[in-house]
Design a protein around this ligand. Structure first.
Ligand SMILES: CC(C)(COP(=O)(O)OP(=O)(O)OC[C@H]1O[C@@H](n2cnc3c(N)ncnc32)[C@H](O)[C@@H]1OP(=O)(O)O)[C@@H](O)C(=O)NCCC(=O)NCCS
Length: 266
């Protein structure tokens, strides 16, 4: 594998994405970086872990930031051929292509409520709530308080981290987590809502002090068997969030607080 490189995709219009179909059957209007992220996600979550195809894309994808890692992969297109005397009659030919090998996404606040401990749902369950308009982000709510979240503070959510099997153990996931955290640390005001566009009611704020401002809190819904790895990247298990089942896989909540520049984060 040559030196991997990373692509970034900010929030995008994915209205034409049809969740019933694979990444390779989507219209041309869908950004290439997103299709590459879905290529990896389908391989890992749909084929490896058995998540239904139509549940892989969700309403968080358009408002999220995505990162994709690529590797230069050399593929032989024509094998060398020799004649009976051992002379090369056809030379070996190969092409080098950039292949998407890993991805992660960062979903900004607001979020639906924390899952209830002991609950069990399919990843698309929240997508069928008849009360919610999925063309819009979820409403600002006061959530239940957990160990590291008071229920009110805006938080970012990292998720859908996946690395192709043959590229695991080489630090690709670490690279993705680090790229996402560095980006949001440097762009910490990016998702703060504006009173002008969202309005005080839309932000569930009755005074200026209640306007949601991101102060560095990041959450992950970690598959239980990956919690130790998230801990290595600085995330702490949130006991109060408990354990729940998503697509038949046990999940736990974890949080990390990034330091933002004190002079500008206030
Ligand atoms: C979890 C996952 C993204 C890790 O990807 P990765 O690129 O292999 O991870 P890294 O190489 O950055 O390693 C991260 C840590 O995992 C551990 N690890 C990863 N692969 C390992 C391997 N083959 N053997 C032993 N330890 C390994 C190491 O402890 C490593 O810690 P270190 O950074 O201190 O060395 C990958 O295994 C994956 O795609 N799994 C399936 C999808 C999934 O479960 N996603 C998580 C949803 S919460």
């Amino acid at each position: 594998m040559g030196t991997p490189f990373i692509s970034f995709l900010g929030p995008s219009n994915l209205d034409d994405y049809d969740n019933k179909f694979s990444f390779s059957q989507q219209p041309e209007s869908i950004p290439k970086t997103f299709l590459d992220a879905m290529e990896v996600r389908e391989e890992i979550f749909v084929r490896e872990q058995g998540v239904p195809q139509e549940n892989e894309f969700d309403s968080d994808d358009p408002r999220a930031c995505h990162w994709v890692v690529y590797a230069s992969v050399n593929t032989t297109t024509q094998a060398e051929q020799k004649d009976a005397a051992g002379n090369v009659v056809v030379r070996k030919q190969s092409v080098t292509k950039s292949q998407p090998i890993g991805t992660i996404r960062l979903v900004p606040f607001p979020h639906p409520p924390h899952p209830e401990p002991g609950s069990s749902y399919a990843a698309d369950a929240l997508e069928t709530d008849p009360e919610r308009d999925f063309s819009q982000p979820p409403p600002y709510i006061v959530d239940r308080a957990t160990t590291y979240h008071d229920g009110k503070e805006p938080y970012m959510k990292l998720g859908r981290i996946a690395v192709l099997k043959e590229f695991r153990g080489a630090g690709i996931a670490r690279l993705l987590v680090s790229a996402a955290m560095t980006w949001i640390q440097q762009n910490f005001t990016y998702f703060n809502p504006s009173v002008k566009t969202v309005g005080m009611d839309g932000m569930n704020a009755s005074n200026i002090g209640e306007i949601p401002v991101w102060k560095g809190l990041i959450c992950v819904h970690a598959q239980e068997q990956v919690a130790k790895t998230w801990a290595k990247w600085g995330f702490q298990l949130d006991e109060g969030m408990g354990t729940w089942m998503e697509e038949g896989i046990a999940h736990v909540g974890m949080f990390q607080r990034l330091n933002l520049e004190p002079s500008t984060a206030e």
